[in-house]
Design a binder for this molecule. Structure first.
Ligand code: ZN
Length: 150
């Protein structure tokens, strides 16, 4: 294992043990629930939007290390972003975890989200890593349907 992979593992473990923004939000402007039946991951995303910008974001749920760390790092990464920036970041992140070559040039934009690059070697984990994102995008669209990765 390389040093960078060690570092990535450490960041993921840290967020699994101490998830950031792990709380319900009383006055959320949108909220959505997601479920990954392949792994059993469940997540609820709470979002507060003002003038098309994310002013607060939090989550609750229970799942594997990857799904929890991904939700935690996602909430940290998206505060202050506009809807368009969120969608663009998701596209880059999705490229990273599915191993699309273009993602490496854009990885610089990802910041801490880059720790999930190793997921591309484990296709079954892609759904764990993207569950929170799919749920978030559904809450942005105002969908009331629960999200399932299946
Ligand atoms: Zn999982």
């Amino acid at each position: 294992m390389t040093d960078i992979e060690d570092l990535y593992q450490e960041v993921i473990l840290d967020h699994t043990k101490r998830p950031r923004n792990f709380r319900e939000m009383e006055n959320a402007s949108c909220k959505a629930e997601g479920y990954n039946p392949l792994c059993g991951d469940k997540v609820t995303i709470y979002l507060k939007m003002e003038d098309d910008r994310v002013t607060d974001i939090s989550f609750k749920g229970a799942g594997c290390a990857i799904s929890t760390a991904s939700a935690s790092i996602m909430t940290e990464s998206l505060k202050g972003k506009t809807r368009a920036e969120v969608e663009s970041l998701f596209n880059t992140f999705h490229g990273l975890v599915t191993g699309e070559p273009r993602a490496s040039q854009e990885a610089a934009d990802l910041g801490k989200l880059a720790v999930f690059s190793g997921v591309s070697e484990y296709p079954v984990r892609v759904k764990c890593a993207t569950l929170a994102w799919h749920t978030l995008l559904s809450s942005l669209k105002g969908s009331r349907e629960a999200v399932s990765t299946e």
